[in-house]
Ligand binder design. Structure first.
Ligand code: PLP
Ligand code: COI
Length: 341
């Protein structure tokens, strides 16, 4: 199979349509068989549930090329489980996780020419999503739904590359209400964050750190990634039911404990504790692990000891081990790697 002629090393985190996507439709109580499609556009009612009341949930995962040329994905079952939970929260029919994993295999295989080569720094990002496609006008769940999954080759999420430290600010906006939708992956959470990220970017920051909206004292997450901290031999990460249960963060907890011998603490993290951390980073599928160099809290700047020049040693080891597992250079725990054949 011949790869597409792209400058893989120069890719950024932007959308470009690839050859095939998977499409399944739900109507009258059941999903159809689903199939690959070459059509990147969606036609729907002007009154579709997604357009009127933002009834949409999504996922993000990646496919990788290994050193010996195989194509693999990382823990797609967890993304399948999470979109099931997200769909239930927005009263949408559940696209079963077994079919989700099957769709991942079909989309990656059909777009094998778009999976960036090993060592290029790029990966194939998969964007599964489900949305209300049927018309509503009173506030109600849509009468019909579409599940779709497209693939797009991507480079680093943050400009400056994968391991350059980022500068963040503490947001004045809330991302998630105490009993809201912060723990699911719904498009509405990201619509909520657009003004905050736009302001942050214009002020020269890469991202926002959100605090818990009830007390504004504890660390939550960023607009698109969980937060991890290193203090001595400890891997510390916020426990909260209003953040997204990140697949990357849950995997890093295992890597930290079982591969690097760190002590893992998932607990409430008061914002005031950040100045005691040796290293701070954000983690997610898109971000992988990006080190944080500075945190600006309304002009009060916390300078992380590892600085704005390079990634700290423990985060680097975590990142190297995780990506080594994802690209099959390091043995993965049982069930983490799903090969595309
Ligand atoms: N938190 C938010 C708000 C996200 O959008 C993401 C991205 O998916 C994450 C965390 C990281 O989750 P994951 O590691 O499953 O990609
Ligand atoms: C991901 O990491 O997959 C996400 O969905 C984050 C998004 C903000 C790009």
């Amino acid at each position: 199979m011949e790869k597409k002629n792209l400058d893989w090393g120069k890719l950024t985190f932007t959308y470009q349509p690839t050859d095939y996507r998977y499409v399944a439709n739900w109507e009258d109580g059941s999903w159809d068989d689903g199939e690959l499609s070459t059509e990147p556009n969606v036609t729907m009612s002007e009154s579709a549930g997604v357009l009127q009341y933002a009834q949409a949930v999504f996922e993000g995962l990646k496919a990788y090329t290994t050193k010996d040329g195989r194509i693999v994905t990382f823990r797609p079952d967890l993304n399948g489980e999470r979109i099931e939970r997200s769909a239930k929260r927005l009263v949408m029919p559940v696209f079963p996780k077994e079919r989700f994993v099957e769709a991942v295999k079909q989309v990656v295989k059909a777009n094998a020419a778009w999976v960036p080569p090993f060592g290029s720094g790029a990966t194939l990002y998969l964007r599964p999503f489900e949305f209300g496609i049927g018309p509503v006008i009173g506030v109600a769940p849509a009468p019909s739904y579409q599940f779709r999954m497209f693939a797009t080759p991507v480079g680093p999420y943050f400009p400056g590359g994968a391991v350059t430290p980022i500068r963040v600010k503490v947001s004045d906006y809330d991302r998630a209400a105490p009993v809201g939708t912060g723990d699911i992956k719904a498009g509405l959470n990201y619509a909520m964050s657009l003004r905050a990220i736009d302001e942050a970017h214009r002020e020269g920051f890469n991202e926002n750190f959100y605090l818990d909206s009830k007390t504004r004292t504890n660390l939550e997450e960023t607009g698109g990634a969980n937060i991890i901290c290193i203090k001595g031999n400890k891997f510390i990460t916020p426990k909260s039911n209003t953040i997204l249960p990140s697949v990357t963060r849950r995997s890093l907890e295992v890597v930290a404990k079982d591969y690097l011998g760190l002590e893992v603490e998932e607990r409430v993290v008061p914002f005031t504790e950040l100045k005691e951390m040796d290293e701070i980073g954000v983690c997610g599928t898109a971000a992988v692990i990006a080190p944080v160099g500075e945190i600006n809290d309304h002009g009060d700047v916390i300078k992380v000891p590892t600085g704005m020049e390079e990634c700290g040693p423990v985060l680097k080891k975590l990142r190297d081990t995780l990506t080594g597992i994802q690209m099959c250079e390091i043995e993965a725990p049982e069930g983490w790697i799903v090969e595309i054949k």
